[in-house]
Ligand binder design. Structure first.
Ligand SMILES: [Zn+2]
Length: 338
């Protein structure tokens, strides 16, 4: 009998560790550190850990990270969080993930950026699925030295698989334009550190143009290039991967009208689109739900969903061996089940 043509294996390339702290994980991290959570019930905790319906924009959204970040300030907590988040993803069908975090945001209780990186790397070892780390530099006013330190650590710990594989630029795009970080990424390029940049999320197509010019091979979101033919062509010609995250875009109002969400159009125009979660706990989503969401919203066919996953394999900042293994796993366990 013909089996259902079902997609049940996924790859998440764009997930922020502090945006993946579910109620369950928050409780475990709080118990570990004897921290009293500011909520009596799971319902209260859910509302503290996830985005309110009244969220206005990315800046509003970014405020939801305060509680999860406060639980990620010790070495053991960070190590456990990486392991617990990848375990939750595994249950959702994710077979490979790249978790990103900003080491400079984990120094509130005296951890150094280097301690933070080493702790997160230890968390990968216990994970039930292969995973890698992307270190985020942050947009901001007075953190230039911190960003340089992050870059230095990325260079020191860079591997092809099983550790730090790339850097990113995260934070308030509308307040701090991408082109202000040209020197930082020129250094990353010189040091041969692969990178992705959040662009075209709260900013516009110009930010994407700047990120491509600066050498990003992947763009976080990029959704706002819709309607800008010149930048769409630029992204296509340069073979840039877009890490799209629809629920996040709806909640931060990166896209005003979700009925015209451009994922399917981009895919059909030959852009290398990947589908990701961004901050699943904050958005109350998971990667399998994002696929269902896009299927119902845009009508993408199963073949197109497979294409999204294969694009993710190609886009992953990991070794050729790992990619071959992922392709094998996808074809033997998902694609041939029809
Ligand atoms: Zn993001």
């Amino acid at each position: 009998m013909k089996k259902e043509n079902r997609i049940n294996h996924y790859i998440d390339l764009h997930a922020h560790l502090d945006g993946c702290i579910s109620v369950d994980i928050a409780k475990k991290l709080a118990a570990l550190q004897q921290i009293t959570l500011p909520a009596k019930t799971d319902k209260e905790l859910t509302s503290l850990l996830s985005v309110p319906d009244s969220c206005q924009d990315l800046n509003d959204f970014l405020k939801c990270f305060e509680l999860p970040l406060s639980l990620l300030q010790t070495e053991k907590a960070l190590e456990d969080a990486v392991y617990l988040v990848l375990s939750e993803m595994h249950k959702d069908g994710v077979i490979y993930a790249e978790l990103r975090f900003a080491p400079q945001l984990h120094t509130q209780k005296g951890m150094t950026q280097e301690n933070a990186v080493q702790s997160a790397m230890r968390g990968l070892i216990k994970s039930p699925i292969p995973g890698n780390l992307i270190l985020c530099c942050m947009r901001g006013e007075s953190n230039q030295q911190d960003n340089l330190k992050t870059l230095e650590l990325a260079r020191k710990y860079l591997v092809e698989d099983g550790g730090v594989v790339a850097v990113d630029l995260a934070g308030a795009e509308a307040l701090f334009p991408t082109e202000d970080y040209e020197d930082l990424f020129a250094k990353a390029k010189k040091d041969e550190i692969p990178f992705t940049i959040h662009a075209g999320e709260a900013g516009d197509a110009d930010d994407v143009r700047a990120a491509v010019r600066m050498g990003a091979t992947r763009i976080g979101h990029g959704v706002r290039i819709a309607g800008n033919e010149e930048v769409i062509q630029l992204v296509k010609d340069a073979g840039i991967f877009l890490e799209m995250c629809p629920t996040s875009n709806r909640q931060t109002k990166a896209v005003a009208d979700m009925s015209s969400y451009p994922l399917k159009t981009f895919l059909e125009r030959g852009l290398k689109v990947t589908l990701n979660t961004d901050d699943p706990a904050i958005e109350r989503t998971s990667l399998s739900r994002e696929f269902k969401y896009m299927e119902s919203l845009t009508g993408i066919a199963k073949e197109q969903q497979k294409q999204l996953i294969l694009n993710s394999v190609e886009a992953a900042f990991t070794s050729a061996d790992r990619k071959n293994e992922l392709r094998k796993q996808l074809f033997s366990e998902t694609y041939e089940k029809r």
